[in-house]
Design a protein around this ligand. Sequence first.
Ligand SMILES: [Zn+2]
Length: 240
Amino acid sequence: MPADVLMIGAGGIGAPAAWALAEAGIRRLRVADEDVVELGNLHRQILFDDDDLGRPKLEALEAALGARGMHVVGTRSLALPDNVRQLLAGASVVIDATDNFASRFMLADAAHLEGVPIVHAAAVRWQATVLAVSPTGRPCYRCLFEDLPPPGQVVVDCASAGVAGPVCGVAGAIAADRVLRVLGGDDSAFGHIVTFDGRRDRLRSVALMPRADCDLCGITANIGSIEASRYMGEPDCAAP
Ligand SMILES: [Zn+2]
């Protein structure tokens, strides 16, 4: 049976990740996104051009990847608390290419509850970060970031901080590499934080230690469902 690869977000990280997967021979990709192509994002959304401005990203992605032999099965919606588990259920691997902490935490929780592997990819300013979490869900995204910042706390977002387009490309390429390794059964893909610093030419991979008191995967884990109130956070950084 062909792999069921699901990508949440078709922006600055999703576009290069999907392109790399298409060139690697992945022939089908499920994608969830509800945005349209905008001029200010074209520098990092490398599958789109001026002719796509105003088009739904899914439509533009379908055309661009179709020309590269990949069939896109689109869901024109955000991943939301009431649909996220259904969206993720049964996926071979999920790519978190979203643009905010709330979505990342929700996807991390949903992937854990559904027992599917997930690759979180993010970029802000000159920094790219990628973490692949195994189907056992340990160590997980919450082992690293614990929880959303409290409402009102200042966080770095793409509007104020911006993001370098090539750094998004690196994040997307590393995410695609992790997806291919997961599909190939390479367990060494999991449990390492990979960071790329575009100003210092520094690529690092650091093993992530599970936290015993992690709310999602620890001994006293207490997240057993997706509750919308848990994800009322602030925007963080740039993926789209
Ligand atoms: Zn954890």
